[in-house]
Every structure is written in C-alpha cells, then in structure tokens.
Ligand binder design. Sequence first.
Ligand code: BGC
Length: 765
Amino acid sequence: MKKYLFFVITILLYSCSRNEKTSFPLDYEQEKIIDKLINNMTLEEKVGQTCQITLDAILLKDSLNKLIEPHQIDSVKLNEALLKYKVGSILNVSNHTFTLDKWHKILSQIHEKNKQNPHGIQVIYGIDAIHGATYLSNSTLFPQQIGLAATWDTSHARKLGEVTAYETRASGIRWNFSPVLDLGRTPIWSRFFETFGEDVYLAKTMGKSIVYGYQGEKFNDYTVAACLKHYVGYSFPRSGRDRTPALIPKRIMQEYYLPPFEEAIKSGALTVMINSGEVNGIPGHTNKYLISEVLKEKWNFAGFTLSDWEDYIKLHKEHLTDSTIEMAIASAFNAGVDMSMVPNNPQYKEYCKSLIKLINDGVVSEDRLNDAVKRILRVKGKIGLLSDLSVPDKNNYSDLASKKHRDIAYNAAKESITLLKNQNNILPLKSEDKILLIGPTSNSLNCLNGAWTHTWQGIETKYNNDFPTIKQELESRLKNVFSFEGSKMLMKDGDEFDEISNDLKEAVRVSKSVDVAIVCVGELPSTEMPGDIYSLNLPDEQKMIVKELHKSEIPIVLVLVSGRPKIIRDIEPLCDGILQAYLPGDQGGVAVVDILTGVVNPSGKLPYTYPRYDGAILYYDHKKLETLNGNNWKYDFFHPQWNFGYGLSYTDFKFSNLRLSKKNISISKNEKITLSVDVENTGDIFGKEVVQLYARDHYASISPPLRKLVRYNKISLEPKQKKTVIFELDALDFGFFGIDFDWTNEVGKHSFFVGDLEASFNLIK
Ligand code: BGC
C-alpha cells in the first residue's frame, strides 16, 4: 500500500512540476506513451513525422502535371507518402473549396491508408480557416481579422474561433493555421487585413480570445488546434513587400512584436508557424534565439513549430544563408523548427532523405529529432490523433452553416463597420430617399470577403456562397435605388488595373435627380506576394466617380470595402458620409445596408491610424519628436486622416468624472490602481461605445510614446442611460523595456486619458 501511495505521489509531483513548467498542461500518461512510441519508431518514421506535404502532392495529375478535376487521390502517391516516407502531416486544398462529403472522402482515404502504419499515429491535417472554414463549401464566413479587431469586443473573436472550429472540425480537420498575430504596422503590406491592426494590447486581447475559441477549455469534437503565425516580425517588411527583410531593434521586438505571441502561448496555443521573411538579416527559420531560446525555453512552449511554405528551400535560394538545401534543412531544424511545410512532390522525398542523412552524419542530433517528434506527437495526442482515427459523423454537426452561426458572423460584421464621417447627419438614409448606388465594390461578394475565401486569392466567383452584395441587399430593401458600376477593377499582369466604366456618364446625369449617392470603393482581393502593391492611393478611376458626382452637388456617402486604409485625402472633403467596412465577410452586404439605413447604430472603431498621405505613416503611439513640424515649428505633424480608435455613432456619448483610487502607486509593492469613468448616452437611440483607456509616462529614460492603449471595454447604453466603467491596473501596466532590456518601471508623473479627459498620478518606489 505504502509503495502504491509513493508511486501515486511521485506521479502527481511529476505531473504537477511538468505542468508548472509548460505552456499548456501535459498529460503524464500520454507523455509516457509518447516516449515509448519514440523509442520504438525507426529513424524514417520519426523523420516522416516532421514532414508536411500539400494535398496536391498526392492528387491525380494529367500528363501536363495539372490537377485533374474533380480532385482525386492518386493511390500510388498516397502509398508512397504515407507508407514509404511515413509523412506525418498534410495541408490545405488545391485551388478551391470542397464540399463536406468531399472532405470526408479525402480524410477517410488518408486515415484508412495510415492504419497500415505500425503505430497508429494519424496524419495531422492543417488548413487556413482564417475567417471561418474558408475551404469548406457553404461554411460561415466572418469578417477578416482587421474587421474583427474593429469590433473592439473580444467576445466576437472568441465566437469566431468557436464557430470556425466547429465547422472545420465537421470536415474532419483538427488544425487551423490561425490567428495571425503579426502587428499591422505596414498598411501597404499585402497581408495587413489578416492582422488585428497596429496596437499591441488590442492584438494581445483579441489573439487570446480567438485561441480560446479555437481550442476551448478542453479538446473535444468541436475544437481545433490553433497555429500562431508568423513568428515573428513578418509583418514589418522594410520594403512593404511580402516576405522581404524587416529591421526591428531588440527593444521594439520585445515591446511590440513578441507580446501578442507570448500572450497566446500563455493561453495554451498548441502550434506556431515561423516567419518566412528575415529580421535584422537573420531568416525567421534560422533564428535560434527567437525560436529555441525565447519561444521554447523562456516561454516554455510545449507544442511544435512549423515552417511556412517551402522555407528551407528559400534559405538556400532566396535568403542565401545556406549554400545547399541540405544545409538549409539542418539550419532550420537546429534552430528549432520542428515540422517543415515542404510541401511539394517530389521535394518532400528529398527532404526526408536529407534529414535522415543529416542525422546519420551527426549534423542534426537524434536528440533534437526526438524533441521535435515528441512535440508533434504531444499535439497529436492532445487533439486525439494518437487514438481516434475516424472522420466525424455528419449528424453531429447540425449547426454547420446554420442561421445560428450566420447570426454570429453577422453580429461581428455589424459591430466592426466604422462610421468615419457623418456631416449634417447624412446617415442613416431615409426610406423615401432616392439613392444612386455606384462603385466597383458595390456588387461583389468577393470584395466583401477578401482573400483566403474559397480560393487562396479569393478572386474566383464560382465557389461563392449565396449571400447578397451591398447592391442586392439595398435594392431588396429600398424602392428608389439606381445602380451603376462607375469603374471596374480588372487584373492586368497580376496587378489590379482600374478602368472607368461606360455607365459613369449616365450615372452623373441620373445623379441630378437623386437625394444621395453611395459610392462603394476598395480593392480586389489578394494576399501574400501576388498581393504586393506600389501605393496606398485609391485608384484615380475610383476617385473620379466621387469627383464627377460631386459636380451635381448631391450628398455623397463613401463606403470603403478594403482591408487597409486607402488614401482618400482629396475626395474626403467631397463626401458627407464615410463608412469603413473592412472585409466584413458573407454577411457584409446585409451589415453595411443595416448601418446605412439605421437598422444598426455603428460602433466599430479603427484598429489602425488612417494615414492622410501614403508617404507619412505614423502610429497613434508615436513619440513627441515625431510630431515636430519643421514648417511651422509646432508639434502638429501627426495629422492622420483619422486616429486609431476613431469611430462615430448615430448617437452621442459623453465621458465625465474620471477618478483614480490613488495619486501614488508603489512599484516595489506592485500596487494596483482603480480608474473609473462615467459614460452617458446623451442621444435618443440605443448605442454601443468603446471606452478606451490610454496611459502616458511623461518622462522616461527611453523616450516614451505620447500614449499607449492599456485597457478597453465596449458597453451598451440605452438613450440617456449612464454607466460607470471601472478598470484596474497595476504598476507593470506602465512599464517598458529599459536600457538593460528588462521590463522596467520608472518613478514619475503618469497620466490616463479617456476621450478628452485626463487624470494624473505618480509612480513611486
Ligand atoms: C502562408 C501561411 C499559410 C500557409 C499555408 C503560406 O504561404 O504564409 O500563412 O498558413 O501558406 O497555406
């Protein structure tokens, strides 16, 4: 009995101490099983676990090496990949969305074949379900991340996570390459729309919620493993072009780029995808410091890291840091990349053979391989792939693409849309208004969704779900709508090329007899390198619509359907109303029209600073020196079109009575401070307002930003209702990375800001 007790206590102690150390709790029994498995696995089997191939690699192709439609698995290639090379992971889908049945068929074939392998370790299938289950026909599509951030309400991020996990899981897939936790500080970068915008705190809080949504409290049949990407610094390419070098000083890396990842790791995220670009000359995939020392050792990340697309090949061919592909595999693996998205055929075979050779030659140690495999199997164990090899029963997923899910996506869309201008209360429209609707994004579901929708670039129309565009929805609701195209967005040599439409003249003629013109502008969907652009300026052809209509002296409402700020400095004064719709997803048509017509009172706020000029990109958390204007020697150079956090409502809110619980906060005692503020809806309609709390450190040894978001809370208020909002903070909330690269607090005067209110306090020793 004593012996038994001792055994139990030892197990408990072991698991407790392991749990304390790792980023998510480990299952002691499963760890033992994995260790045993690894002992029994051959070198080939272990290497196979680290290899990820694309679905194309096992599909039937014609004599010209083109995929045959409808896609079918090539049994010879499947045998080779799973049985000979023991490949442990497959990703994505080629070209387009599949139906639920098709996914089940594909996954069953993979699962069945894999059963012939001795250890029953299932393939982990990953997919980019980044705003809903994007590669599953009829799935529920949400706003892209930039819009989600504009809701300033983390419950939408959590719900997006839950619905996306549910629908992805319905197809049999258990791993989602989402969320993107790169900060959106380069609006010209093609993947800006995939981020939560420019602020660290907003990205941290949204990221944490989406991870909870995907993974749930405990893994079950409705959850998926999250994959944080692209660790780290990927979003800040100096040239603005995708996958090109970034220069990020260590302090900025610590204070801005790492925290959203750290927060999501603390929240239990199971996997991480590595940055395809390079930071300060070191490719993401060979940055041992960031991958092994920070992520795995400092943060105790217990899951596995995945390379991005073909990145070890890029180390040799593009970064030029490794003279052979074999050396590149060694560099990435030794830096801490556990699984490689190889992903093509026959390259994956070379990858496997090279890694085996590197281990046999001692260039990569078997311990390192075992560590990678252990991490991969640990995640597979967590999501049931070491035991449960079945595809799901469709009957268990009756909420798939249901009204319930659609409403959740609609709520996120309606709360994201941001009213930027509303001169003379031009909005909401009146039901009797005669409306001229025009512009290249007014009748496009693809433009509402953006890239990663049914296809990679999101431009193909034939896979679209059946939801209304802005035009279709507006015409179905109001009697007097006159619709025109105005301009076209075409593709020429891989770039968007805009052209005035023949109907612009007629639109101008009709405009003389309407009450208001709604002009929907924006850009064609695109992402990654094909989405690289030269300028943030809204094309002249689109601006021409506004300029021509303005001659008729009618009010103009501009609707921006775009995942980033397009420069509209010269047409902004010609517009009475401006709405930023971002990329609101399949429910965007309804949500935009609900806001235009006043069914919904807008409550979105910009998650980025909207620039006035595309040459001067300043962030809201700029420093005083950045505001000095050499033309007049005033501090007024920060003059964006609209500031971060900006957004109007159809009602008015008043902030008052900002109070602090104390005037001095001790750093050594890590004292807390409570701030409260009253918010009143002074108008006549219901509305939601985001209470944004910013802090300022007046003097610091590292020149401080003028403000930093430290908390936010979105609240609902009935007409004339007043609420008190309370925030609690501690000394650490006012810290920064000091001269010695440690999180530091310095004594001295600090201030809080909410709206126009300010209250000061002192940090003391
Ligand atoms: C992208 C990743 C994506 C992966 C798989 C890469 O090109 O950078 O974000 O998850 O492809 O589709």
